[in-house]
Design a protein around this ligand. Structure first.
Ligand code: PA5
Length: 431
């Protein structure tokens, strides 16, 4: 479903390097993934999660989303990192930034900012809202604090008995403080499987419940994922876009391009870039290795970072997410006075102008500038293609991280920051 095109003056060298990687590593790494024998292999549950997911569980998620939409005015999705980014990315990419929906979804517990948290509480305080608290460990500080604050708000307003129906917990099958509380209070629960890490969990109830609550078809989303399971597991990298792109990233890294700039031409895809940054940075950035993911939204950022990309330090390559058909379009009308001089565009659509800006920028960056560009295209962005795209990147990431010879599924650095913060905050039992 995802098509890959590549541009840039160094394309012949990159293609040569990819061919060599194919010879040296294709079979070994593809087999390592399929046979689940590589580093972090107990976290490969996402590989076939969608095709193994019980239809009844999908229907339970849909029923829960329906119940929330019918009985509440808003849903607060509480979570951080992998327990947050995928759901928000999907909802914004599909429904847009100003969705025409009376039911509101807000994200909280993804920061310790008192400004942000205060504003979310103010937004919710006069609304009848439900909470979907999402945490695999059940002990992460940011969502735990936000959850406590929101629970308090509901309890003060409606009493303790109200919480049972208003809270849905997505957490570990057996462990953690959230699991204990959910059992004790009788909240409806969904399981984050043991063998799926946070940043690979958008295809589990972590993503599925908020996505369904945003009225998006999760069966179509899972269909896209399942198609991806077949498409992106093919060993031959010349027939597998995910693995070919993974080899390209590694080749560029070795050729001294350590920064990957994700580019889109749609503000509503910004959170997809945030999800990508987490996926690649947490999976690859360890043992002194890894590509640094960054992101821009054009044409907006052509008026800021574009200059640097084209003519600044030659350290980056671009990966452009190109959706061929937008969900909405606008025609530019003819104006009788033409004072703004725009009549030469009369009858053209805004998406045509946006796409032309894309073509002009690509030429500027790859022909006048020295930038290498991957273009990842899908025909349109709906639930099915997005499921496929997420899975595409997850496969790419596993293959890339194995080329780098790191464990794609741990995040030892994150654990160290948490530990230090707990020591400073005086958390009991942490030294
Ligand atoms: O990808 C990851 O593993 C992390 O980003 C986690 O998702 C994040 O730290 C939140 O963890 P938890 O779901 O345990 O609250």
């Amino acid at each position: 479903m995802v098509k890959l095109e590549q541009y840039g003056k160094i394309l012949p060298e990159v293609s040569e390097a990819v061919k060599q990687l194919q010879k040296d590593y294709q079979e070994e790494i593809a087999t390592r993934i399929d046979s689940r024998s590589g580093r972090g292999n107990d976290f490969l549950g996402w590989l076939d999660y969608a095709s193994k997911l019980d239809e009844k569980e999908v229907e339970r998620i849909q029923a829960c989303a329906k119940r929330i939409r019918e009985n509440y005015e808003a849903l607060a999705v509480v979570g951080i990192g992998g327990s947050y980014l995928g759901a928000r990315a999907a909802i914004e990419a599909i429904n847009g930034l100003y969705p025409n929906d009376n039911f509101k979804i807000v994200f909280v517990g993804n920061t310790l900012s008192s400004n942000y948290t205060h504003q979310v509480i103010e937004f919710l305080k006069d609304k009848k809202f439900a909470i979907n608290v999402i945490s695999k460990s059940g002990t992460t500080t940011e969502p735990s604090i936000a959850f406590r604050l929101l629970k308090d708000l509901l309890e003060k307003k409606y009493g303790h008995a109200y919480l049972k129906d208003a809270i849905i917990a997505t957490t570990d099958r057996a462990r953690g403080a959230l699991k204990k509380e959910a059992d004790a209070e009788g909240y409806e629960q969904f399981v984050i499987p043991d063998d799926v890490g946070g940043r690979y969990s958008v295809i589990t109830p972590v993503g599925l419940l908020p996505i369904a609550a945003a009225n998006i078809d999760i069966k179509a989303f899972l269909k896209g994922v399942k198609e991806g399971e077949k498409e992106y597991s093919v060993h031959d990298i010349s027939k597998n876009t995910a693995y070919y792109y993974a080899c390209t990233r590694y080749a560029l890294y070795k050729m001294n391009y350590p920064v990957e700039m994700f580019v889109s031409y749609e503000p509503q895809y910004q959170m997809i870039s945030e999800w990508l940054k987490q996926l690649f940075a947490e999976s690859e950035g360890k043992e002194g290795k890894g590509l640094l993911p960054d992101s821009v939204t054009f044409t907006t950022d052509l008026h800021s970072v574009g200059q640097m990309i084209q003519q600044g330090s030659p350290t980056l390559f671009e990966t452009i997410i190109n959706v061929e058909t937008p969900n909405y379009d606008i025609t530019i009308e003819k104006d009788k006075d033409d004072l703004d001089g725009l009549n030469y565009l009369a009858g053209k659509s805004l998406s045509y102008v946006n796409h032309t800006a894309f073509k002009g920028t690509l030429k500027a960056h790859t022909e006048d500038g020295k930038v290498f560009a991957n273009i990842l295209s899908v025909e349109k962005l709906d639930a099915e293609t997005l499921g496929n795209l997420f899975y595409f990147f997850m496969r790419t990431c596993a293959f890339s991280a194995y080329l780098l010879d790191v464990n794609p599924f741990d995040q030892p650095g994150v654990e160290i920051y948490k530990h230090n913060m707990f020591v400073l905050l005086g958390k009991p039992g942490v030294k």
